[in-house]
Design a protein around this ligand. Structure first.
Ligand code: DGL
Length: 274
């Protein structure tokens, strides 16, 4: 019972597709119901109250679609709204910050970790808090990178402008000895190749980039199997994609990053889910 229900995944836009992709790779039998809040992206510059209200509306929409679990594939919503969501809704909710912090704490060899994310995520101090809780001897350096999300949403993934912006942001970590950088926004893995180059130029060899989506997908597998909710079917499921605006633009972007073919993307009047 319940195994055949979809896994709800949401983000402010296309970023959560990096998490959906990991889930599709590790749990190919699971049907994903994705919501991207494209009308209201970016979340990173908005207040805790606003991000919480948006997240609650999305939760209500996903629950109306009978999802068996929700993956908050957005660091900003995870950092600012996860407690409110867990208090209000009974459906199991997974976030991306906890798995991101855990992976970074395991990966670092010298204990110096850089965290990059949206203004909201960095201001919340959530990553530092989780990391210091895991190991009080770590040194954590954080940098908000507000221009990355609009650049990704614009599709400027290999652009020289994005490269220059990345250089300016990452110079912040020079001289700090970081050997690990957490991609603390689900949009950032889409810049992974560019970031790897810039990190090498600015900080030298041997810095590992952590994508929290990998551990999040593992956590999801664990949770579903513990609750007896893993999908059992042999057939590849048909995923569904919803957005709050610009369905066609989203569809072509999604098709360029996901291995599955995004056949259809539907618009949802998300504000009505009060
Ligand atoms: N991709 C989201 C995150 O992980 C949100 C980015 C934004 O909308 O500012 O933080």
């Amino acid at each position: 019972m319940g195994c055949g229900l979809p896994v709800g995944v949401f983000d402010s836009g296309v970023g959560g597709l990096t998490v959906a992709k990991e889930i599709m790779g590790r749990l190919p039998g699971e049907r994903i119901l994705y919501f991207g809040d494209t009308a209201r992206v970016p979340y990173g510059s908005k207040s805790k109250e606003t991000v919480t209200e948006y997240s609650r509306q999305i939760m209500r929409f996903l629950i109306s679609q009978e999802v068996k679990v929700v993956v908050v594939a957005c660091n900003t919503a995870s950092a600012l709204a996860i407690d409110a969501m867990r208090r209000e809704f009974e459906v199991p909710i997974l976030d991306v910050v906890d798995p991101g912090a855990r992976t970074a704490a395991e990966v670092t060899k010298n204990g110096s970790i850089g965290v990059i994310g949206t203004e909201g995520t960095i201001r919340s101090g959530m990553y530092s808090k989780f990391l210091y809780r895991l190991n009080p001897d770590l040194n954590v350096y954080s940098k908000a990178c507000p221009l990355f999300v609009p650049l990704v949403e614009e599709g400027w993934i290999y652009d020289s402008v994005t490269r220059e912006v990345a250089r300016r942001y990452l110079e912040e970590f020079q001289g700090k000895g970081v050997d690990t950088i957490v991609l603390g926004c689900t949009h950032y893995p889409l810049l992974r190749n560019l970031l790897k180059d810039v990190v090498r130029e600015v900080l030298g060899e041997g810095v590992t980039l952590v994508n929290p989506a990998v551990e999040t997908a593992k956590n999801l597998k664990q949770l579903l199997s513990k609750k007896g909710l893993l999908a059992g079917g042999e057939e590849l499921p048909e995923h569904t994609f919803y957005v709050s605006d610009g369905a066609e633009k989203f569809r072509s972007f999604a098709n360029s990053i996901l291995l599955c073919n995004v056949i259809e993307t539907k618009d949802v009047a998300i504000k009505t889910f009060e």
